[in-house]
Structure formats: structure tokens, C-alpha cells
Write a protein that binds this ligand. Sequence first.
Ligand code: ADP
Length: 541
Amino acid sequence: MPTNVQKQALRELWLLRKMQPQQPEYSSSHAYLELLADLPWQKASEEKELDLRAAEERLNTDHYGLVKVKQRIMKYLAVLKLKPDARVPVLLFVGPPGVGKTSLASSIAAALDRKFVRISLSCVEDKAVIRGHQRSDIGSLPGRLIEGLKRVGVCNPVMLLDDIDKTGSDVALALLEVLDPEQNKTFKDHYLNVPFDLSKVIFIATANSMHHFPPPLLERMEVIELPRYTPEEKLSIAMRHLIPRVLDQHGLTSEFIKIPEAMVKLVIQRYTREDGVRDLERKLAAAVEVAKVEMEVNGHEISTSPVLVVDEAMLEKVLRAMWENVLRHHSFDDKEIAEVVSCPGVSLGLVWTSFGAEVQLVEAIEMVGKGNLLLTGQLGDVIKESARLALTWVSAKVADINLLEGRDIHIHLPPLGVPKDGPSLGVALVTSLISLFSKKKVRCDTAMIGGMAPSGLLIPVGGVKDMILTTYHCGIKRVIVPERNLEDIVKLPSAILDSMEILPAKTVEDVLEKAFERGCPNLTNFAIPPFDLQSRIRRSQ
Ligand code: ADP
């Protein structure tokens, strides 16, 4: 410990000695002293001479492609080799989830022979997360940086500031100080109350996008963009990196379990919707797990090689099990659905999230206003555009009435805990608006899938097969789908098709006809009696 810290620690120890263990301050004083004793004030990983060739090899073994990114990293490492205490800019990896930002940062740490610690900054609004709470506050804690250093046990790790674009402006200001080499020598965490030298830490940051990125922070960083992967790149990553890694984690090799390229393609095309490969990795891991159990239970011949080849039936089984797991939290029973779809303005659609297909409630309400459309619920741009188009389509249908006069419309898609996007909610959005304006309830046993063109024609969407399976598992047995998606649906297992009512639709009108108990509400006498919230309010006053 530096002398000033030691003084502080001894003072605290002296106070602690005078306390009774029953006193409330006792445990907080004890925890504080433990932190002071645990923190790596001077302890550092030994800084070995950097072997650039080994570093390059490691980057290549761990990551497929990303040629330019690797070149940039090598340049960065070369500077550090020449001058280990050089003031290098903070690398900022920008790209969608699962494209390898974290694993590149961890490879850099390995190349530098440093320990690696990841600090998540996602949705952090309170700067105390960086700077800690005052010790006098109830339940006070040190900030995540200090806590991370304690965890990693050295003062010179590679520290990944993950999702730095998702922090509030206060936090960004606090980070500015952390990343400033002039100031971070004496970083002050409020809880710690003595300066900690962060100057030996190598910071790397990640962000999903550059929108809303605080400009002052950007000045300290060098942006390296990682693009989304193409399906072909995903296939190569899976075959060369993900499958061997997943097999290895289960103590297996490709001599035991083989996942053929065709099956990986199937998972990429049909069962994942992502820019990176995280979900793909998760699904391959699940396939290996199920295959391993199958191999053990059925006592497959060890003499044949490979012992087991994953086929489509096995994949189907794996992915269904995964859905059931994910959907357990979101699945409804008949009664629950009837309850939620019990008022006009509510419809059931299907949407893509990073977990796969999910049933999505669409809830539209109206209020006195000036013709605005409000949208909430962790929505992607495509959904927002679909909602605007839906409102335009409905307004155009009832051309002689201004539907928005004197009112605002609020459409809410209850969050599923993950962002969602895609065109598949188009028809559910229109249906909820028609239901709201006509005051007629949508059938509670029916979900609908499909995008729409301004003409009202239905646009087929990807992943319909998965969406139907999701509705099936959620207990919804009646689904309206774009006619042009029918060819995907015939591929579903007959047991599922037999127990469901799949209704093809060509236009939005077809959807409405099927979605309401008595067919499509009369669009011409919509909003009649005229919307009279204003007068109702006046009357109630
Ligand atoms: P991010 O931090 O961008 O969200 P991760 O680094 O966590 O993504 O990557 C998710 C998984 O995908 C990790 O197991 C990672 O090793 C793997 N991965 C991503 N890109 C590649 C690639 N180009 N080559 C090999 N594996 C990759």
C-alpha cells in the first residue's frame, strides 16, 4: 500500500478496534478495510517482452476473417512493444452483438500477457457505478472499476468497458476522467476515498453503434468497426471455431460428434436472426449437449467414426427444447390470452428477438392530443416504420374522417426484456388500430404474422416456421399468415400442422376478416359516433 493509503487503513483499523461487532458500522468498516487490503495497489502482472508473431498467430487462431481489424490491432501492439508506456489511444470496437468485440479484447490481453477484466456499462445512468458511493450512504459500494481491479488482483490488466454507448451523460463524464492519462493516476472512487493509480490499466471499449456516442469520449478513442457477418462467414466461423470450441468444452472432438455443414447452414438460415454468431454458438452448444446425451444413452458404437452425426430431427428436438425454456416466461394459457386481448386495441403478433421468435402483444390506446403517434417497448426501426405505415393505411381507408383529429395514439409493445425488430408485426399493428377505432375486440385465439405494403398486400416474412412453432408452444392454435409464406409452413411437422388452424391471407382486408369474430369491421363507419373524448371530459367536469 502507498503510505497515504496505509495511514487511512490504520486509522480505520483503530476505529474498528473500538467498535462492538453488533454495531451497525462494524461490518461496513470491516468491508472497507478488506477492500483496502485486497486491492492491487502495486501488484502487477509481469510485463514480458511482447512477441508480435505469437500475438498475430493467436489472433488468427481465435478469429476467422476480420483481416483489417487484426491489422489495426497488430499496429497497436507494435506501438506498445516499441514503447510499453506509450500513450496509445483507447481502442473502441464498434459493431453489433456477437461479432467478436469481447473476444478480440481478450485476445489482446492474452497477447500482452495481461489479465483481462470486463466491466459492463449497459444501461448505467448513475455515475456512482464508476465513482462509487460515499461510504456514509446506506448500502454503499465501490464503483465497478475498483471492484473489477479487486477481482482481477493486478493493477495493470486489460479492462474492457463494455457497451460504453449505452451509458448516460453523467457516466460518460466520469469515464472521461478515467481515460485521461493526466487524471487517472489519481482516480478517486468516493467509497475508497483515497486515490488509486489507473495509469497502468489498458482500456479497451465496445459499443453497438456510434449514434448517441458522447463526442468528448470519442476524442480519446480510436474507432475500429466490426461489420455484421454474412451467412457464408458465419458458416466458416462455426465450422472452424465454434464447433471445435463447443466440442472441446464437452471434452469431445469431431471423432465423436459431427455437425455437418448442411446442418449448420440450417441453423444459420432458419433458426438464428442475428448479425453476429452468439446465438449460433448457443444453439450449436445445445445440439452438442443433446447429441452427447443421445450418444451415452443409446450406447452408440465407439468403433464407428464419427460416433454420431447430428441430423435435422435432432436439431429440431434441440431447438424446441430451447424454445420451451425461453418461452416458459412468456407463454400464456388460453385464459391469460383471453384476459389480455379483452379490450379493443389489442392484438397478438409475432416478432423476432435475439432469442428467436416471440409472441408479441400489440396494445393501442387513444387519448386527447394533437394527432401524434407514440411508440414504446424497445422497438427497432423497422417496427416503428411499420406502425407509421399501419396508421397511414387505416387513415387512407377512412379518407373522409380525420382519425387523428384531437387525439394522440399510443402503441405499446410490452417489452420482452430484449430489443425486437422486423417486419412481421405489420398486420398485427394494423389490426390493433382497426380494433381501437372500431371498438371491436380482436379474436383472442388468433395470432397474426406478416408485413404489409402501402397497397394493403401482405409481404411474406422470414422465420415463419419458427414463429408458428412459437405460437404452438404458447397454446395459440389459430394463426394468420401471408399466403406467400405457405411453402415454409408445409415443412412443419404434421403433428403440429394437424393441431393448428393456419389461415393464409393475401391482403390486409383478408387478415381483418379473419381476425375479428364477425369479420372485418365496417371501415366506412369507423369512429362513428365521432370521437368525443373532449366533450366527454367537458361533460364530466
Ligand atoms: P461481442 O463482444 O461482439 O458481442 P463476442 O466477442 O462475445 O461478441 O463473440 C461471441 C462469440 O462469437 C464468442 O465466442 C466469439 O469467440 C465468437 N466469434 C465472434 N466472431 C468470431 C470470429 N470472427 N471468429 C471466431 N469466433 C468468433
